[in-house]
Design a protein around this ligand. Structure first.
Ligand SMILES: [Zn+2]
Length: 226
């Protein structure tokens, strides 16, 4: 018997006697290339068909959520409803066509990407460009070897959330001559830098003395218009 159910081609070969098993394929596939699946012993072609259509309906009821697994095991799925997921770092697996992958690792990665985009949309300054901007404005950058020189350095992350969200805003710190770390008592030219950045009117600049300036997006913490 050959029939189609919800886009799946089903072929069932009835057993030769009442005690044998049906052989069947779905979408022309069996457990391996050129092989057919075997139904339960004693089940008729009608029994097997009823069971397969029930399984297909259950699968379809799950929608895109039901589309998981490996490219070699897709016989139950509607042709065209799945594609190979191109996300790196996992074994080959499938995802719903034109829809997010259901694998946990891929979901986690997608959430991370979304968060990155959300941060970018917040418009925080990036460390590299801000550092160059300050150098162009005539502020000296601290030598990465420290000690012998003095100057600013731009670090990723704001004071409050820096550890949790290193992509959110930057800190400008000052290294005084002979010091291996920024000291509140030696703020160097930070007040000048804070005034310069405030004058740019592009970022929210938080400085109240000491060895750190916090520079965030102007709209950070301001609810976006609905
Ligand atoms: Zn995936």
């Amino acid at each position: 018997m050959r029939t189609t159910h919800q886009g799946r081609e089903i072929e069932i070969i009835a057993p030769k006697n009442a005690y044998a098993a049906c052989a069947f394929t779905i979408n022309g596939q069996g457990p391996r290339e050129g092989e057919r699946f075997t139904g339960p012993l004693g089940a008729s072609a009608a029994d097997v068909l009823a069971d397969l259509t029930r399984q297909i309906d259950e699968l379809d009821a799950k929608g895109p959520e039901g589309i998981t697994g490996t490219p070699g095991w897709t016989f139950m799925l509607r042709p065209g409803s799945w594609e190979v997921c191109t996300a790196p770092g996992l074994n080959r697996h499938i995802k719903p066509t034109h829809a997010p992958c259901n694998e946990t690792a891929c979901r986690r990665e997608a959430a991370k990407e979304a968060q990155k985009k959300a941060f970018a949309a917040e418009g925080h300054p990036a460390a590299g460009p801000l550092s160059q901007q300050l150098q162009r404005a005539g502020f000296e950058k601290a030598d990465s070897r420290g000690r012998d020189t003095e100057g600013f350095r731009v670090l990723r992350g704001d004071l409050g959330e820096g550890r949790k969200n290193p992509r959110r805003g930057v800190r400008v710190v000052w290294y005084a001559k002979g010091c291996l770390m920024p000291l509140d008592g030696k703020p160097g030219r930070l007040q000048e830098i804070a005034d310069f950045l405030t004058g740019k009117d592009r970022y929210a600049v938080h400085y109240s003395g000491g060895c750190r300036i916090e520079v965030l997006s102007k709209t950070h913490g301001v609810p976006s218009p609905k």
